[in-house]
Design a protein around this ligand. Sequence first.
Ligand SMILES: [Zn+2]
Length: 704
Amino acid sequence: MTTQWLISLATDASDQPLDVDAKAPFAVVFEQLSAKFPGGDAAICQLIADAFGLPLFENSALNSKSVRLVPESIAQKYGCYPVADSGSHVTLAIANPADDEAIQAINFAAGRTADLVIASPSQINHLIETGYDHPHQGNALDTQTEAHGQGDTGFGVRGKNVSSKLANAGAPTEKLFLLILKEALNLNVSDIHIQPFVGGAAVRFRVDGVMRQIKSMSIAVMSHLFRHIKAIADLDTTNARTPQDGRLTMTTESGQRDLRLSFLPAEGGERLVIRLLANAADTGGEMNFSTNDHRIITKTMQITSGIILATGPTGSGKTTTLYSMLKMLNHDTTNILSVEDPVEIKMRGVSQTSVNPAQGLTFPAVLRSMLRQDPDVILVGEIRDGETAELAIRAALTGHLVLSTLHTVDALSSISRLVDLGISPILIADALRCVLNQRLVRQLCQACKSAKTEDQLTETERLFLSLTNDSPTIFGAVGCSSCRNTGYLGRLPITQIWEINEDARTILRNDPHNERALKEEADRRGLRSLFESAKDLILQGATSVDEAVRVIGNSFWQALGTEYLEVREQGSIEKPVKATEKLLLVIEDDILRRRIASQLEAMDYVVTALKDSESAKTHIASGYPVDLMLLDIESASATPMSHFDTLQSALAYIGITSVLLIPEGATEVETLLELHQATDWLTKPVSDEDITRKVVSALHRRHL
Ligand SMILES: [Zn+2]
């Protein structure tokens, strides 16, 4: 890119020759000219503005929300800043309006046309530094050092042989680790992710199910930190090439929390996920069921045999729900056993076993020995194979109450899932008592939520209101200091509870594959959808329409049904809300790739389709924004281990929502995905429609 035009411009306007290095980058030339030119930065900006007939940047035009349009990395790379968003246009502060490449990149990233305003490179740097949301970057943790330096005698972490306390933490790395943990505890975080990113390493927290970037650091600091953590967790500090799992105990003034560590080698370096396991004191009652749901669950808990299933995707609170149920059953007179992978919530009075296949402790093996222990209630962490399913059903049919979870999208599909696992519908009819399907939505922050006026309503909110007869108040998220500017604090379940009655049993026995008859029967008895449950919470002002759309995606649009179609006249309820989202497909199979790409393109997504993960890496590294990656991890030359490698590369791109296609029977991959709370995956064979549906719903639920 040439800088000559700027030098000529400044020289012409000045009385004397301005000697600068024309080959230097634009920002450097700008700075050199500014130092020699009367009036400095402001005068140079004015010259450029006049020459191009463009306005100057003004602070009053700043709209903080516009940063969402352009990723920080792109803004930095091209030296520009999105000042304001006006729907189809974005106001862009830039020093070099002749930089077509930058303008193209922004147009593409923002999905809008850039209207340029002129600002100096230093103004733009300042805007980037202050405008992008680094909610706690640096500052929060640094302030903690001062604020808590003295009074933290009680805060520390303990490994097998080593323990360290914040009060006397010596080395900076030791202190950094304790401060990260302390901050995580303060913010009620469920997982801490530390991983390499382009140009450094990032610490991210999962709070209320949503990832937030907290701090960045250099790769060198991250490596020191990892070695320190491995040392106290009694792991191999020299090994960064194979996955390692460990445990630590965090001690605080109010008690202890167990931490589960998982180091995973990935593209660009090792990454670490620390899960903060729930406290015994947190269990039960934590799930804030609505009065009606609570009544049904309490009633169901009166039964003494049969099976109760909780369904939903990873992170939907299934385990917490089961523990809320266990708590109701936990008396001196009941013998409760649990087998989980691993035990996440400790509960007094329950004999809990973690599976450990290396020691022969598989779900079926543990279940078999449990049945010899005369249990009243058995909690099976998850039914994911036929043998476990069969044992669980058999236990349920022989006088035990079995609680378990299944990975299905709704209550009714638990039947077909069990049939797929080889269970006869007749046995299901006899054993199954109740299926609870749930999701978690974030609760609007009580301190700052605000009622929306008529003209503040979005199109989606208007459609939603059209489904209700009266005109209730709709609340929206605002953001304040108590919710860390997210507008949300805490989570609430939205639920669908299907009680299996005699009529349903009859259908299962006589016509087991007639899902439609089952659905009609359930509807007759008023089986509520997740949408209806979400609707209650919206009308109570407990959550927002945006949040319900994020969490339940398609069901929301389906429920809006006809109204939505009429307004959009688009013909498909799966129409994306924001069609300019950019998708990256990585599918080796030429035919499948073309088919899926053209389907998604027809839905107005911007699609880049690539054959292998190598070119995907190049694509991402080049800075092009990607909203979602669809990755088929099956390839012609694949072995289970190469699946694993591909997957690890994919996981290294955390921050990009991904949908993975997994070959049938790749259980080790599924386990890894579960462990890392990967967002979405589909096990092959799968229909094209299922793939596009998954992509659309993943985009809807995309982290804000
Ligand atoms: Zn708030």
